[in-house]
Write a protein that binds this ligand. Structure first.
Ligand code: ARG
Length: 605
């Protein structure tokens, strides 16, 4: 049980007795939080102000009454009233010691698994294949992967599913390109490269002003869309071409996922559901959920309205088009089929869609319609995220205004990661530090670990719903809330053990006692013990940045500790060992949390 839950449990019976409205107790308990100012205590309870209103008392007095009711316990050393009625809580050193010992003994660092595991399907990444992956797919992949890792670590059952866009207009573009502009020798030599070339060539020839392939105008785009329609109608030539292209398209994705260290359980793309779509439409029609309208089939909005025109549609929630007048099915039809398949196959309690915030309306409508269709028991969540911007605060683009390809972005990140390492090597050497000479291969690993880690951490460390500015310099800074800083902190902890010639495994097998004597040690212990809370909060709200915030606080507590408390040169062997436990725990906590974010560590840098 995390510290905060233990404290809440202590107050629960007191509040239950005092609160006129029992239903409010949970809200009050949620007001127990880590102390805003560590000088005043470890945690603070802010519920006296709210409860005072309900019972008609003055908050400071009520706070005193509550404190007087705290029973004898092993947890709380002191509770005092401050300001308008805050209760500052200081924990007992003996309790902290036994908790930190338990944390050090536990491979999971004291993080419990959930009492009631749920089953999740996480829809993540979802690139439109057949074109080079670009920066727009980064967030869904990184955030989605982090959520899969976090939820699994908490003990939930998680299925990751990559809803590939493998059936859309981009295939019409490829088929058109292949029929009119292919270079057979190039295709034979390297199909992936040739398809990428054809895709870009046709897009350029079409000179489409509109980025959206489905609406862009012009003869070439029309011709491409006709090829797509033929594919969907089962035209043997186009189906054969699609089958020929798919392996090459998947091959384009593979190295990117490998570099990002992302493994997704399934990749059931849009094409997988094609055969189900007529059945979805007829079922919705039969159940009276969908209706025919002007030759198309739509699901009216929640008010049962099919807006007459765009103006009205903007005001009302739009109806969902599931079969166009020309017989074509839509993104929505496929998503409805996907829900049916997932529920029948994996019976999830929760379905998370890690998709750009710009699709918010699509998902709102989709979830409402899925519920009407019979999936009311599934907890559907659109896990939205903002855009990646350039330093000019406009969508992130290459210097010449093109879309940023993910492969190039990762290349650059690794290159800069190497530079970072070389700088740090030179500066440590210059001040006379002993710096290990590493092989080129090891340096390559460091470069990639640092470079890709920086990209991921920058993406995960802000609230995902906000936009963020993509800036290599900031994300690779060796000071501040970056992966680079955490990775260095980790390696430095490890180097203490190397310097002391202490084998970590042997050290852990007979753990010495931790005694927190100095305020810096105490503060570090309390911060370490907040790990379960951070992970629980990140999992409960699907917000990975709670974990980077934890790491940042941990790194700060560690550096204060490290400045004040000699470790290898501690006054006594016992004190040295006690501090080594803390150093080891810091390293383990950093490694565990980075791992939950999909970021690697290296033992020495
Ligand atoms: N391929 C889609 C796009 O690029 C994202 C898919 C998201 N998942 C879903 N089930 N709709 O916009």
């Amino acid at each position: 049980m995390s510290l905060v839950v233990a404290i809440r449990d202590m107050f629960e019976p007191i509040l239950a007795e005092m609160s006129p409205d029992r239903a409010k107790v949970a809200d009050y308990l949620a007001m127990v939080k880590p102390a805003a100012n560590a000088d005043h205590g470890d945690y603070q309870a802010n519920f006296a102000m709210a409860l005072a209103k309900a019972v008609g008392q003055k908050p400071p007095e009520l706070a005193k009454t509550i404190i007087a009711k705290i029973p004898a316990n092993h947890l709380i050393e002191s509770a005092t009233v401050a300001g308008p009625g805050f209760i500052n809580i200081k924990l007992k050193p003996s309790h902290l010691e036994s908790r930190i010992a338990a944390m050090a003994r536990d491979e999971r660092l004291g993080v419990p698994t959930v009492a009631k595991p749920k089953s999740f399907v996480v829809d993540l990444s979802g690139p439109n294949v057949a074109k080079p992956l670009h920066v727009g797919h980064l967030r869904s992949t990184i955030i989605g992967d982090a959520l899969v890792r976090i939820l699994r670590f908490c003990g939930h059952t998680v299925v990751g599913d990559n809803h590939l866009g493998d059936w859309g207009t981009q295939f019409g573009i490829l088929i058109y390109g292949y029929k009119h502009h292919r270079d057979d020798a190039a295709y034979a030599a390297d199909p992936v490269r040739e398809l990428a070339r054809l895709y870009i060539l046709v897009r350029n020839l079409a000179k489409a002003s509109d980025d959206d392939e489905d609406t862009a105008t012009g003869d070439i785009m029309d011709a491409c869309r006709k090829e797509t329609a033929k594919l969907h109608a089962g035209d043997p030539e186009n189906v054969a071409l699609w089958q020929k292209f798919m392996p090459a398209c998947l091959e384009m994705l593979r190295p990117i996922y490998e570099r990002l260290d992302v493994k997704i359980d399934h990749a059931l793309g849009e094409s997988f559901y094609h055969g189900m779509l007529p059945g979805v439409v007829s079922d919705l029609l039969e159940k009276g959920i969908a209706v025919e309208s002007n030759g198309a089939v739509v699901v009216p909005n929640a008010k049962g309205i099919i807006p007459k025109d765009d103006e009205q549609a903007k005001k009302e929630e739009p109806p969902a088009l599931i079969r166009k007048r020309d017989g074509a099915f839509t993104y929505t039809t496929t998503d409805l089929a996907t829900i049916k398949y997932r529920v029948e196959t994996w019976k999830p309690d929760v379905m998370l869609y890690v998709v750009d915030a710009r699709q918010a309306l699509h998902f709102k409508t989709l979830f409402a319609n899925a519920k009407r269709w019979g999936y009311a028991n599934v907890d559907f969540q659109h896990i939205q995220f903002g855009s990646i911007l350039g330093r000019d605060k406009k969508p992130y683009r290459t210097r010449d205004g093109g879309t940023v390809e993910l492969a190039a972005l990762l290349d650059e990140a690794a290159e800069l990661g190497l530079k970072k390492y070389e700088e740090s090597y030179a500066s440590r050497k210059a001040v006379g530090h002993e710096v290990p000479e590493l092989t080129d291969e090891v340096k390559r690993t460091i470069a990639e670990t640092v470079g890709y880690g920086a990209v991921k951490y920058a993406d995960l460390s802000g609230n995902r719903t906000s936009d963020y500015i993509f800036d290599y310099d900031k994300m690779l800074a060796t000071e501040g809330n970056t992966a680079t800083y955490m990775q260095y902190a980790y390696a430095r902890c490890r180097s203490i053990f190397r310097k002391g010639d202490i084998d970590e495994t042997a050290f852990r097998s007979k753990l010495p006692a931790v005694s927190n004597t100095t305020p810096q040690e105490r503060a570090l212990v309390v911060q370490l013990l907040k790990l379960p809370e951070a992970i629980e909060a990140a999992a409960a709200e699907y917000l990975p940045h709670y974990l980077t915030a934890y790491l940042w606080d941990l790194a700060k507590a560690y550096s204060t500790f490290f400045e004040a408390c000699p470790v290898l040169k501690a006054e006594t062997p016992d004190l040295r060992d006690s501090r080594l436990v803390l150093v080891d725990l810091v390293a383990r906590a950093i490694q565990l949390v980075l791992n939950l974010l999909g970021i690697r560590t290296v033992e020495r840098m």
